[in-house]
Write a protein that binds this ligand. Structure first.
Ligand code: ADP
Ligand code: ZN
Length: 543
């Protein structure tokens, strides 16, 4: 009995010592915070010894005089190479940078088990889960993401659910399980998922679709199960699967591995219930390629489109990332938002980062206009998709979309105009006019004709404003739609002699309608050029 007790105390002491040792390098050392700009000027002066990069908020920096410091992680690609070229040691750590604490915690846990708290084993496990969960809670919140009010609203719903799933269950509400975020790369889908977890103080578990699809059959599926197991163990949280299209492509025969992985994901998703407090978020930029099984009820049945930011959103994003950067007096965020029409959030962030680096190189106190100009250029070159839209293109797209909207309003009064924008959508169109039409069983000839006119609205506006020699290829989707309606009218409904004739009639009507309302057309187009996106009430105010 006595011996046993001594043994326990000894183990406890050892574990305590271990904890101390583990904590020393991480915690007891005075850590200085330096701004990103200062970091680069130190780097230029050759005063930095090493940088520890991870997926975390901050980098760990060690100066040549031994000082330990941290600096904000810019999360920008190519920085590592720059540092290496400056002869700075770079280490990349996976996962958390509180590895010291983690080690200590594991040691403590191990110790507790060894001392023989056997009857409390279950409690020990629970505690561990709680600690691990804390480790995984992101520090960022919605403050760090600039998204549209609509998107934020949907996300806030999810926060409520994560914080108190019981409340929803009590009322018998079907709780959300899977949410698909879709839109072009760099628009903040990952950031948003992380911020959701941070906002709800819930742990975050992430993986990329590409990680699941391994060479060996079965590995992907077991990784999926592992991921869900971790989340359940932590008592719930946000599971984020980036590039879900890598596993969720429409099934093609002959890819066993992907098939198995997808099935494992579907099984896991039907397996957890609301009380687990798990929400799965997935991101893709190709909604059209996803397997229908993924989109069914109880799986990813909520979808949120994250589009390229419009002018107002760009201003917000720039503000978020300018927070810790000394911008010179003459630099107007509003003007820069106006100039960066096709930029994604990631590109805006990297533009500001590039400007900060330039300022640091020059060793001045502020980022000046020239830094911004050069940063702008460096972001626009070498991009695979167009990032610069000319004033002419902007004008053409604005008139095109305004044309659709105006005719819809005039000829389909039951349709509601929801949104008008010149920012390209993830569906590939240059801009779009979105309207919702009531579902009907029967359509009159007049209504079908009006639909054709509305679809012609874009082309007709281009022709009126710029002349028939300058109509563009931007209307190809519209023309396809018109052709389909005309064909159906002729062949199925016998509403006309020849489809071509019907199309001609529609175009003439569309042109006529726009000419009659030329001033409204101009008003809409000008507002679109100014604001890039118009919402329902703004559209109707202009009409
Ligand atoms: P995605 O997952 O859509 O490809 P990310 O979330 O990885 O995009 O975005 C990359 C980086 O770009 C973010 O870490 C952030 O710095 C910046 N960013 C993108 N969108 C936004 C946004 N809406 N608000 C603030 N920052 C953004
Ligand atoms: Zn169109």
């Amino acid at each position: 009995m006595k011996i046993k007790k001594w043994k326990g105390i000894l183990v406890f002491a050892m574990v305590g010592l271990l904890c101390l040792v583990a904590l020393i390098p991480g915690e007891n050392r005075a850590v200085k915070e330096i701004s990103y700009i200062d970091f680069w000027s130190l780097a230029e002066k050759g005063e930095i010894l090493s940088v520890g990069m991870g997926n975390e908020e901050n980098w760990e920096v060690t100066l040549k005089d031994g000082t330990a410091a941290t600096t904000p992680n810019p999360r920008s690609e190519g920085v590592k190479e720059k540092l290496l070229q400056m002869d700075i040691q770079v280490t990349e750590k996976q996962g958390s940078d509180e590895s010291g604490i983690m080690l200590a915690v594991s040691a403590l846990f191990l110790g507790a088990m060894m001392i023989g708290l056997r009857k409390n084993n279950a409690m020990g496990l629970q505690k561990y889960a709680a600690v691990q969960a804390n480790e995984n809670i992101p520090k960022i919140t919605f403050e760090d993401v600039a998204v549209s009010g609509e998107t934020l609203h949907s996300m806030k719903d999810l926060v409520d659910f994560l914080q108190a799933p019981e409340r929803f269950l009590k009322y018998g509400a079907r709780v959300p399980k899977g949410v698909l975020l879709y839109g072009p790369p760099g628009t903040g889908k990952t950031l948003l998922a992380k911020a959701l977890a941070g906002e709800a103080k819930a742990p975050f578990f992430a993986m990329s679709g590409a990680d699941f699809v391994q060479v060996y059959v079965g590995v992907g599926a077991s990784r999926v199960r592992e991921l869900f197991k971790k989340a359940r163990k932590a008592g719930g949280g946000v599971i984020f699967i980036d590039e879900i299209d890598a596993i969720g492509k429409k099934r093609d025969s002959g890819n066993d591995e992907r098939e198995q992985t997808l099935n494992a994901l579907l099984t896991e998703m039907s397996g957890f219930s609301g009380s687990d407090g798990i929400i799965v978020l997935a991101a893709t930029n190709r909604l059209d390629t996803l397997d229908a099984a993924l989109l069914r009820e109880g799986r990813f049945d909520r979808r949120i489109e994250i589009s390229l930011p419009d002018c107002e959103a760009r201003e917000k994003i720039l503000k978020v990332h300018a927070r810790n950067k000394p911008l010179g007096q003459g630099i107007s965020i509003t003007d820069w938002a106006k100039r960066t029409t096709l930029f994604s959030g990631a590109q805006l962030e990297s533009m500001l980062n590039e400007a900060a680096i330039r300022a640091a190189r020059r060793n001045t106190n502020v980022i000046d206009a020239e830094d911004m100009e050069e940063a702008y250029l460096s972001v626009t070159v070498g991009e695979s998709r167009p990032t610069v839209i000319s004033e002419t293109e902007k004008r053409i797209t604005a008139y095109h979309e305004a044309g659709h909207a105006l005719i819809t309003h005039q000829m389909l009064p039951e349709a509601k105009l929801v949104r008008l924008t010149i920012i390209p959508s993830s569906r590939g169109a240059a801009g779009y006019a979105m309207s919702v039409q009531p579902d009907k069983l029967l359509h009159t000839r007049q209504e079908l004709m009006a639909m054709m006119c509305a679809a012609y609205g874009g082309r007709a506006a281009e022709e009126i404003i710029f002349g028939s020699d300058f109509i563009t290829t931007g209307a190809s989707g519209d023309l396809k739609k018109i052709r389909n309606i005309a064909k159906a009218m002729e062949e199925e409904f016998e509403m006309g002699e020849s489809a071509k004739q019907l199309e001609k009639e529609a175009l003439e009507k569309a042109m006529h309608c726009l000419k009659e309302n030329r001033d409204t057309l101009d008003r809409l187009a000008v507002a679109l050029m100014e604001q890039e996106t118009l919402q329902t009430d703004e559209i109707y105010a202009l009409l």
